[in-house]
Design a protein around this ligand. Structure first.
Ligand code: ATP
Ligand code: MG
Length: 368
């Protein structure tokens, strides 16, 4: 294992460069103190790329992304770009990355650090120690399937329609990611669909159940309807470990789970591609759940923790550095427990700090 770990950094727009900049200080610390060598390249994406090159993602940067071991992404977009035509919008940069790297598996953990229980809107006993993983299929389903459109009807009214469809291989590949994740976590998978009313759901349930029987040895497994899952998430969220579901239900359930934690500025995500059968490597992109937050950009008040936790996921899933990921997460928890808060997670009796001061404290904690 002589080769360096190739990391492509795409800060993007708004608070993206701010939170990525802070996270690079952590990357630096890891490189020095844990003696790993990262081979870091930086590129432009979103509005920043549009300003420089007239496109939200150049072919060169796209190629760099496919050659990297992992991409650390900030956020894209902002009011400056609101009037651009659809194909030039900053968000197109991210969509192109997802599509060309075939990032079909979207991991969104919902974790509540002990020190952050009070920020949730749920009762402390419901969320204290919460640690669940929503795995959303990201490249198929109703958001992409054809036919779709709006058509004119003979009576003068219109009809809007979409297609929800999943193939056996699409379900199997996301299912395998779910079982792999569960093995590294608490060993439980909940597969979510609406097999009671949707044919794609019937197939999803059949394929997942069969996959569990053939490849899920030792793992606890259950099927659940999406509406029930939404209710259970709010009622007793700690019953879950890994929830695996399609694009549409995953979109909704992951936002729901995110809010259990009560802090947008602290939520990371990972998007993974297929494993290369010869090298065992997969494309991967890590980004905070939050957007470019133009309202607070340039003010030095953004919470850098979601980006840092995204880097922790990168260490765990792309670089096989789980211990270092644990170390970083622990340092963040300790700093929060010590009472430090950026404005977005401020609570009474805590100290309000800037983006940079938050990082200073996390670095100090890492040094301990
Ligand atoms: P997008 O469409 O890009 O997802 P959005 O409209 O959902 O953007 P965000 O950019 O995520 O919005 O911001 C939503 C709100 O949360 C804003 O008020 C923003 O200031 C705040 N926010 C988002 N991220 C952070 C952060 N890291 N630290 C502090 N506040 C944040
Ligand atoms: Mg948003």
């Amino acid at each position: 294992m002589a080769s360096n770990k190739k990391l492509l950094v795409l800060p993007g727009d708004g608070i993206g460069p701010e939170v990525v900049g802070e996270t690079l200080r952590i990357v630096d610390w890891m490189a020095k103190k844990r003696s790993v060598s990262f081979d870091i390249e930086e590129g432009l994406v979103g509005g920043a790329a549009y300003d420089a090159h007239g496109t939200a993602l150049t072919d060169e940067t796209m190629t760099d992304a496919t050659h990297a071991d992992a991409v650390l992404f900030g956020a894209v977009g902002g009011p400056k770009y609101d009037d651009l035509p659809f194909e030039l919008k900053p968000e197109r940069g991210l969509l192109r990355l997802r599509k060309e790297m075939d990032l079909f598996a979207n991991l969104r953990p919902a974790m509540v650090f002990p020190s952050m229980v009070e920020n949730s809107s749920l009762k402390p006993e419901l969320v204290s120690g919460l640690d669940i993983m929503i795995l959303r299929e990201l490249t198929g389903g109703v958001y992409f399937c054809e036919p779709r459109g709006i058509e004119d009807l003979p009576d003068g009214s219109k009809r809007g329609f979409d297609t929800q469809a999943y193939t056996t291989p699409e379900i199997e590949r996301i299912g395998r990611v779910a079982f792999d994740l569960a093995r590294k976590r608490r060993g439980k998978v909940t597969s979510v669909e609406k097999a009671n009313v949707m044919m794609s759901g019937v197939l999803w349930r059949q394929v997942m159940t069969a996959l569990h029987a053939s490849e899920g040895e030792g793992l606890e497994y259950e099927n659940m309807f999406a509406d029930n899952c939404a209710m259970q998430l709010v009622r007793t969220p700690k019953q879950f470990d890994v929830i695996v579901t399609d694009n549409l239900f995953g979109d909704i359930l992951s936002d729901c789970a995110a809010m259990l934690t009560g802090s947008l500025g602290m939520l990371p995500s990972a998007s993974l591609g297929a494993e290369d059968p010869t090298t065992g490597k997969r494309h991967a992109l890590y980004e905070p759940v939050h957007g470019s937050a133009p309202d607070i950009a340039g003010k030095g008040m953004a919470n850098p923790i979601a980006e840092m936790l995204s880097f922790a996921m990168l260490l765990r899933y792309s670089f096989d550095m789980g211990e270092d990921a644990d170390l970083l997460e622990k340092a963040i928890d300790n700093v929060l427990a010590g009472g430090m808060r950026t404005a977005d997670i401020m609570a009474t009796g805590k100290a309000k700090v800037s983006t940079a001061t938050m990082t200073d404290s996390i670095l100090k904690e890492l040094d301990k």
